[in-house]
Ligand binder design. Structure first.
Ligand code: FHN
Length: 581
């Protein structure tokens, strides 16, 4: 799929196998901001904990004072790393320097660091490097290469009262910051702590392509195997980074990772209790694995150096699941299906496919499109449980159906994984086909666009920069049962724009056309977070597909609201009005 993004990866990059094998890593946002923990001078400061310096407009000299009180004596590298290991995570990315400019390691080039400026005086990175070596976890560093609110040349430097857009430093000042701070510190990180798995740069903002390339060259010149994430900017990273907590619609090509939170902050906030349940976190893990995306899950330790107990509890639960089901995640390939499946997700490797059942079926579980012959099926969590299966191929319609009869209850508390032994690597129909709930999903980013490139796509597969009525998006799809279908348009709405009217679209299938506004009838029940708003499901009307067979759907915009971001389409969904199957 064409996911063009400045934080995407270099399509030609090859990446060390460990990163793809890993699929699951731990992110740690830890810094001085953990002390105020979201509260400044008695006031709870909205938004992310690690942004308190900017959001509470704390002048540099005042913020610097936090260092004098930073004494995280409860920090225990072995405990952190062994928990990551128990959770099934294979790499650990920790903030070596976040936007506040404070180095969480012993930095010879800037004394504003945890060893020289705090009573703690220890270098957590040395201790983490040792613990990671002991537990076989790859140590990786986060480094804020563009934003530095303390350095005069860093983006976002504390010139409070000015607008964000004006906060970019003049190019010479930014270059000076790169030469005097960012590059020397990246060098330090790559020379002081042994082998580093990857550097997680962030918020590229004003960095130029030449500067991103220069930084990448620096990394590779010191540690050629060190991977560089897409947020180095300008599409020169080794892999692409999704937006924060962003889940793409359907599988993605190339190497991608989603950084994600356990609650609503990265850096510790004492009063953020909006914790996702272990079940939801596991749902996200299998969702991402089924789409070919690594999951980098964040913990925000306290100012004393401890993981919040709510984080520990969730990571332990994930670990329990991973100890049984990990083979369905590590080193797997994404599902060949061109849509999200109504009953769960698929991953596979070699001659084995894994069905991650997130919605336990009331009757038999029917899956369409699997061409491979199956020789055995068993639950990873309960290999003795009775599972029977039947494969059918309707030659006339070229329609493959797998029917599984499962026990009445899922084994285990969370996602149940069925391992299917195959006679050859997984072969599945990769055209959009009708699912067992009767629905057909046409993902925006899998459409044929005419004229080509007339519409761009966000990393999550949503259309962007769709500003004219010229482009046509079309899909070929197959149904096993004709009938009446409700046409749903899943899209993102610009909040507060309702008064200006709505974009309008038309959809043609065969001789029938439907036309209407993109309204919000309900929110989509999914986690494909894009910015802050949920996806809206609008109903365009009903359409009849007279019989089983192949069809083409063609979507056009008939009116686009001016002065908006244009149409942000995720998918077109045909929902069977009659009973499925
Ligand atoms: O501004 C940062 C934020 O504080 C946090 O580090 C996240 C993690 O992905 N990255 C930036 C926002 O996208």
């Amino acid at each position: 799929m064409r996911l063009v993004s400045p934080v995407g990866g270099d399509a030609k990059a090859t990446i060390p196998a460990w990163w793809h094998e890993a699929r699951f890593g731990m992110f740690i946002h830890w810094g001085l901001y953990a002390l105020p923990a979201g509260t400044w001078k008695g006031e709870q400061i909205p938004s992310l904990g690690e942004w308190i310096m900017r959001n509470a407009r704390i002048p540099v000299p005042e913020y610097e004072q936090l260092a004098r009180r930073f004494n995280p004596v409860k920090f225990n590298a072995d405990q952190w790393v062994s928990l990551a290991k128990r959770a099934g995570m294979k790499y650990l990315v920790i903030t070596a320097k976040h936007h506040d400019g404070f180095a969480m390691y012993d930095s010879p080039c800037d004394p504003f660091n945890i060893v020289k400026a705090t009573p703690f005086g220890r270098d957590p990175m040395t201790e983490l490097a040792e613990a990671c070596g002991k537990h076989g976890i790859r140590l990786c560093f986060y480094y804020s290469q563009t934003q530095d609110w303390r350095h005069p040349g860093g983006a976002g430097h504390w010139r409070f009262g000015e607008k964000w857009s004006k906060a970019f430093p003049p190019p010479e000042a930014f270059q000076d910051y790169l030469e005097k701070k960012a590059k020397p510190q990246v060098r330090e990180l790559l020379t002081q702590y042994g082998s580093i798995g990857l550097i997680w740069f962030d918020t590229p903002l004003c960095i130029t392509r030449e500067q991103s390339l220069d930084l990448k060259r620096l990394v590779k010149s010191i540690q050629p195997d060190c991977i560089v994430c897409g947020r180095i900017g300008n599409q020169v990273g080794d892999y692409g980074t999704m937006g924060d907590n962003m889940i793409p619609a359907g599988r993605v090509a190339g190497y991608w990772e989603t950084p994600a939170t356990l609650n609503d902050t990265w850096g510790y906030k004492s009063y953020d209790h909006n914790w996702k349940s272990a079940d939801r976190l596991l749902g996200l893990l299998v969702d991402l694995a089924g789409k070919g995306v690594n999951y980098l899950l964040n913990v925000g330790p306290t100012g004393e150096g401890e993981f919040p107990p709510e984080s520990v509890e969730r990571l332990e639960a994930i670990g329990e699941w991973m100890s049984v089901n990990g083979e369905a995640i590590y080193g797997t390939q994404p599902s060949p299906c061109p849509c999200e499946l109504p009953w769960g997700r698929i991953t596979w490797k070699g001659k084995r496919a894994y069905l991650h059942v997130t919605k336990w079926p009331e009757g038999p579980l029917r899956i369409h499109g699997i061409r491979s012959s199956i020789s055995a099926a068993r639950f990873l969590a309960d290999p003795g449980a009775r599972v029977t299966y039947r494969q059918q191929h309707d030659l006339e319609r070229d329609w493959h159906t797998l029917e599984l009869t499962l026990p009445p209850q899922a084994p285990g508390a969370h996602v149940a994984v069925l391992a299917l032994d195959l006679e050859a690597p997984l072969d599945m129909d990769d055209t959009p086909i009708q699912q067992s709930d009767g629905s057909v999903t046409l993902l925006a980013h899998l459409a044929q666009v005419n004229p080509p490139d007339a519409v761009a796509f966000e990393r999550n597969g949503t259309t962007e920069a769709w500003h004219t009525t010229e482009p046509e998006l079309s899909w070929h799809f197959k149904v096993a049962n004709g009938g009446r279908f409700t046409v749903e348009i899943v899209h993102w709405e610009a909040p507060g724009k309702e008064a200006e009217g709505h974009h309008e679209v038309s959809l043609r299938i065969g001789d029938t056309s439907l036309e209407g506004p993109l309204l919000r009838h309900r929110d989509l029940d999914s986690f494909r977070a894009r910015r802050v708003s949920p996806e809206a499901v609008g109903i365009l009307g009903e359409i009849t597909l007279p019989a089983a067979g192949s069809y083409e759907a063609v979507l056009r915009a008939t009116r686009i609201r001016p002065d908006t971001a244009g149409i942000m389409l995720s998918e077109v969904r045909l929902r069977s009005v009659a009973t499925p199957d």
